[in-house]
Design a binder for this molecule. Structure first.
Ligand code: FEC
Length: 307
């Protein structure tokens, strides 16, 4: 009997409670503990969204959903492993588990649509290095899936739905955003910016949008310049241009988590309120079946290219 294909679903990870914020933040900062002020700021943001982020539950539902689709599509059966970038079970733990279970081949996918050396590339490096160290399983990695047709379909429908919640959709402007990264990626021939534009432009084309912009959100405090314009500045400029209704589409994220529930729903909403702008956010993908189908499609495509 053919052995199952390992399915490695990788995601960011989130602290399970407020006590775990310090080790989590320290891991994100590659082992450097944050200052007391930075820690208090982050704890405050988690408290503002209810104490914990729903990301773990959503990632789990997404991963199980993709595996369920793949195990009922008539293709090679998969065995699911979840690996997080910044919390246990780490990506390395998941690869070690696949190795211990005797799997020969696996496919890895990151729950983030656009590729950057600093984001998706980091997940892939962790998985690849562990598999090489253990001499198996043989890994094939999905690089990006921002142009997967089923993903574009649902992204388009989410923007359409948000526009419908505006009092005058023809005058509303859509802002497509993703997590900012340090500006130095622009010198690294990194595809991240191009990919954000590709998926946003495709949605704009399908909906024949006349008014849309691109922006960045959730920039870190690292002392180096991060890519802009930040979404808060985009809102200010849009107000100056005369817009009164804005649809925020955080297309770089696929779940309700801190960067959406705080950065958009609290911080950006506050700025919009001060500016007198009606801000409507598109619903995140979460465990929507149509979205999970898009990811399952990306996995099967990667498999066909030969593991
Ligand atoms: O809900 C949650 O608890 C977790 C939400 C979360 C997601 C996420 C996704 C991305 N990040 C990306 C890049 C960076 C870089 C740094 C950085 C820092 C943080 C901090 C928190 C955090 N990120 Fe994150 N990110 C999430 C949460 N991120 C918390 C630390 C405090 C802060 O800066 O706000 C800076 C690292 C450094 O200090 O050197 C860079 C990218 C993504 C989207 C792709 C992905 O999901 O992997 C890119 C979700």
């Amino acid at each position: 009997m053919t052995k199952p294909l390992g399915l490695l679903v990788m995601a960011y990870g989130t602290p399970r409670n407020l006590d775990e914020v310090l080790p989590y933040y320290t891991h994100i900062r590659r082992g450097r503990a944050p200052s007391d002020e930075q820690l208090a700021d982050l704890v405050g943001r988690y408290q503002a969204i209810g104490g914990v982020s729903p990301l773990t539950q959503i990632t789990d539902a997404q991963a199980r959903g993709i595996a369920a689709i793949l195990n009922s599509d008539g293709g090679r059966p998969v065995r699911l492993y979840q690996g997080m970038k910044h919390t246990a079970p780490y990506i390395e733990d998941a690869v070690a588990a696949m190795h211990a279970d005797g799997l020969d081949e696996a496919i890895g996918i990151v729950l983030a649509p656009h590729y950057s050396h600093m984001s998706v590339g980091g997940y892939q490096k962790a998985a690849r290095e562990k598999a090489e160290q253990l001499e198996g399983p043989k890994l094939k990695l999905v690089n990006q899936w921002h142009l997967e047709p089923a993903f574009l379909d649902i992204l388009t429908s989410r923007v359409r739905e948000a526009l419908a919640a505006c009092s005058d959709p023809s005058k509303a402007v859509v802002v497509f955003s993703a997590h900012s990264l340090p500006e130095r990626i622009l010198q690294m021939n990194d595809p991240y910016v191009t990919q954000l534009h590709e998926s946003g432009e495709e949605v704009a084309r399908r909906l024949e949008l006349k008014h849309y912009r691109f922006g960045w959100q959730s920039a870190g405090q690292t002392g180096e310049p991060w890519m802009g314009p930040d979404i808060l500045d985009v809102l200010r400029s849009l107000k100056e241009e005369g817009y009164e209704e804005v649809v925020s589409c955080s297309q770089g994220f696929v779940a309700d988590h801190l960067e959406v529930l705080y950065d958009i729903d609290i911080e950006a909403q506050q700025v919009a309120k001060e500016l007198g702008i009606h801000l409507v956010r598109t619903r995140q993908m979460n465990d929507d079946k149509a979205f999970l189908q898009a990811l399952a499609d990306a996995v099967r495509k990667c498999e066909r290219q030969g593991v």
